[in-house]
Design a protein around this ligand. Sequence first.
Ligand code: NAD
Length: 262
Amino acid sequence: MTEMGKRLEGKAVFITGAASGIGRQSAVRFAAEGAQVAVVDVDADGAATVADEVIGAGGKAIALRADVSSEGEVAAAVADAEEAFGRLDVMFNNAGIMHGDDGDAQATEETVWDLTMDINLKGVWFGCRHGIPALRRSGGGSIINTASFVALVGAATPQLAYTASKGAVLAMTRELAVIHARENIRVNALCPGPLRTELLMSFLDTEEKRQRRLVHVPMGRFGEASEIAEAALWLASDESSYVTGTDFSVDGGLTAAYVTPE
Ligand code: NAD
């Protein structure tokens, strides 16, 4: 760290899915770098716990309950955060689900498809729709949309709705990056590899399933949510000032691999 101080000093950040996993780690990490953090989640108690954790560590945070698939709730949360902090500089559209009944083209029920798209894709759109005007009012900012490595490579163990939603998040991110490039608004997608978080571990519920996944990761281990938070921190900060429209992979080498080490 430089004499200039903390990496997100003076910035106000909105993080969805912040009660758990990547969002939670990011809330704690960003606050430690000086950001004011809106901890947003459909799980109100979880969001309050994380906000308390941030405040307990000497940071600044507010907890806001919002279901990202509801445009009204997203709009209200963005307005609340902007009012509380007086500005908004970073939108981290991170909330997402992986449905246990998500499968291949035949097995995936329409209800599972729709729910996944509503949260993972429409939720990111709503975050951008209401976040972009707020960032513009602050003179620009950084949007980070959580996609996934499955937006880049296919798997024989399918989660078709999830994969389709993440591919669409990535495509939407690129287009928004181009549209808003001259407004000092950067838009990047974060593509995490398989992580040791609640979301994936409850999907890969046996040791055999976990080991089957790890075969494809050159580093031979699951990632940690904190490792994704470090990448998100860089994308949120001015250190990434010339970076927009990327599919930023943080995946232990997964998408680079053809054959992995024994
Ligand atoms: P997680 O399950 O630990 O956390 C997700 C959070 O999102 C939870 O707090 C949950 O309450 C919240 N959430 C769910 N639905 C919501 C809604 N409708 N509105 C608001 N909040 C909602 O998961 P995670 O691993 O931290 O995942 C975060 C993001 O990273 C997701 O978009 C996920 O798809 C993506 N991702 C995860 C992995 C992985 O292996 N875990 C890999 C690639 C991408």
